[in-house]
Design a protein around this ligand. Sequence first.
Ligand SMILES: C[S@@+](CC[C@H](N)C(=O)[O-])C[C@H]1O[C@@H](n2cnc3c(N)ncnc32)[C@H](O)[C@@H]1O
Length: 230
Amino acid sequence: MIPELKIVATADGSNTIYNPQVGENYHSRHGALQESRHVFLGTGLQYFLAESGANQVSVLEVGFGTGLNFLLTAEYCTSNQIKLDYTGIEAYPLTKEMISQTGYEQYVPVEIWSAFMAKYEHSLKETVNLNPHCQLQTAYCQLLDFKSDTQYDVIYFDAFAAIHQPEMWNEAAIGHTVKFLKPGGVFVTYAITGNLKRMLKAMGLQVQKVPGAPGKREMLRAIRCADMQV
Ligand SMILES: C[S@@+](CC[C@H](N)C(=O)[O-])C[C@H]1O[C@@H](n2cnc3c(N)ncnc32)[C@H](O)[C@@H]1O
């Protein structure tokens, strides 16, 4: 349990969590829900599905936190009959009690929320099925300790901002993350900096500057080229 975490409201009325040790919110203060829908669902997941025409998708999230990105992704995949295999990496998992105070049950159908609440703690130990479409695993480890033989279609990179946690945005962390991206896969994050663009380009990804969520003009999407060596 992380001490002194606080639930705080963001500008679109949805809640986030403030971590005083880091000095940062888990989501944008301009709107947690808006950010999650725009950056991860719209610019990441829906872009990948539209481009690929796939009816199944694997997602890796760096910084699982409250599970908001997962919940919205699970809702989208369930209502569109898309098979979802979701892995969230989280070094400091929130308690179920803390997640239950976010109010996020209002953004997804009750069946998805109830299954998530019932199975969240199990997902820290093994893969769980939320429903016939969605499976979840929460890898309880530091990003650099995450190991997998799987490569993913979409990566949601949702670390705390570089100003607060620079070690999540250096070459070791980003290089370790994109190793898990399939050729043709999509990496998205809410931030865009010259350094991040240069790093991803040098790793062989095709970098796109795309419109950001409210409060941020731009964000980054990068595509792993088929012949990239990582
Ligand atoms: C910006 S918050 C993520 C918000 C989350 N996606 C959500 O929707 O609630 C960043 C997350 O990264 C986690 N984190 C911090 N350092 C980490 C590390 N080294 N490896 C993995 N996760 C880490 C934090 O505990 C926090 O949950």
